[in-house]
Design a binder for this molecule. Structure first.
Ligand code: NDP
Ligand code: GDR
Length: 329
């Protein structure tokens, strides 16, 4: 039985990936913060239904000895390093903790894998935010990076570290350059979930308005469930490499809001206002990925429509807020 270790297993992607790997017959281990184990109802909500099938280890990304101990005990065949301070807007408020957790955390993981499980295949969660102020459209694996936030900078550093462990020490280390991917499990502060949860609240009379920032920002939005499959596929290849994972389709925040509200029979213009507190000091205005390499080399492809993604998220929020029994999403 293959053994996988996931950092960030409590997050959106970690939860889908854990389910996917369990389905494939893996023994799945996860690194969580110690406080999560004390408060599973809240902090482990995304993995509660599968918790008994997982092996959870308390460790801190910031502490190399704690990471090392887990790697030594688990000695995984595959390691998916997903844990990160992942909210770009927050990285402007606290550059220091973002850089610390994201850069040192990745370095700790790579160094511990190299020492404790050198045969382990390693996945790093890189991001389209590395392209930032884009130098070409659509972006591919060879587009230059121009990050626009501490978050983006931390992901460039993680990408470089991962590549260097591959080149210098022969580690089977890959980076997935993933574009925004969403689901009903998305955190409430990210713009998609903020829109779908507020639209549902407005529909039910629980809220009156929705305050957003930059409505014209363009993103290439896909579904998280499809994107975690690509992570696994990267680690099944003969050689380690880096891949862009994207839908190849772009929409504005405004269009997302328009579809979400329209699905509930509402006009977003009656409820959405722009609040300067949600504008970023430097925003990424446009992202569009070209996933040809992943299609060719991994056989990964994306079939879902943008409208279906938005509507799935709205429906899930409407159900939860209406008090309907929670179905697994
Ligand atoms: P989430 O924010 O949903 O999950 C982040 C995970 O990281 C959580 O499990 C969180 O744990 C953990 N984490 C955060 N900070 C720390 C820390 N200091 N120590 C230990 N664990 C920590 O992110 P996603 O699932 O959406 O994303 C997964 C990864 O992919 C991230 O690295 C993100 O930057 C990257 N990414 C995401 C994209 C997306 O569109 N979703 C696109 C491209 C890259 P806890 O629950 O305890 O807070
Ligand atoms: P992003 O996602 O920064 O792309 O990072 P987010 O959903 O936060 O923002 C997307 C775009 O929407 C604009 N926006 C708002 N954003 C938020 N959060 N709240 C608002 O009110 C709002 N109004 C407009 C933003 O300015 C931005 O342009 C996500 C994260 O998952 C990262 O971890 C990941 O690496 C990238 O996607 C790819």
């Amino acid at each position: 039985m293959k053994r996988a270790l996931i950092t960030g297993i409590t997050g959106q992607d970690g939860s889908y990936l854990a389910e996917f790997l369990l389905e494939k017959g893996y023994e799945v281990h996860g690194i969580v913060r110690r406080v999560a184990i004390e408060d599973p109802e809240h902090r482990l909500w995304r993995i509660l239904p599968i918790k008994e099938r997982l092996h959870l280890h308390a460790a801190s990304l910031e502490s190399f000895p704690s990471i090392y101990r887990v790697l030594q005990a688990v000695r995984p065949d595959e390691c998916y390093h997903l844990a990160a301070q992942s909210f770009v807007a927050y990285s402007f408020e606290d550059e220091f903790s973002t850089l610390n957790a994201n850069i040192n955390g990745t370095h700790h993981m790579l160094a511990a894998v190299r020492d404790c499980a050198p045969q382990c295949r390693f996945y790093f969660a890189a991001s389209s935010e590395m392209f930032g102020k884009v130098e070409q459209t659509p972006q591919t694996e060879s587009t230059p990076f121009h990050p626009r936030s501490a978050y983006g900078i931390s992901k460039v550093a993680g990408f470089d570290l991962t590549r260097n462990y591959r080149e210098a020490y022969g580690l089977f280390a890959c980076s997935g350059i993933l574009y925004n991917h969403e689901s009903p499990r998305r955190g409430y502060e990210f713009v998609t979930r903020k829109i779908t949860s507020h639209a549902a609240r407005i529909k039910l009379g629980l809220a009156k308005e929705l305050r957003l920032g930059n409505l014209e920002a363009k993103r290439d939005w896909g579904h998280a469930r499809e994107y975690v499959k690509a992570m696994w596929m990267m680690l099944q290849q003969d050689r380690p490499d880096d891949y862009v994972i994207a839908t190849g389709e772009q929409h504005t925040v405004r269009e997302f809001a328009e579809i979400a509200f329209a699905h509930l029979g509402l006009d977003y213009r009656d409820y959405v206002t722009v609040d300067p507190q949600f504008l970023r000091p430097a925003d990424v205005e446009t992202l569009l990925g070209d996933a040809s390499k992943a299609r060719r080399a991994l056989g990964w492809s994306y079939q879902l429509s943008f409208k279906d993604l938005v509507e799935e998220m709205v429906e899930a929020d409407l159900q939860w807020l209406s008090g309907a029994p929670r179905t697994r999403v």
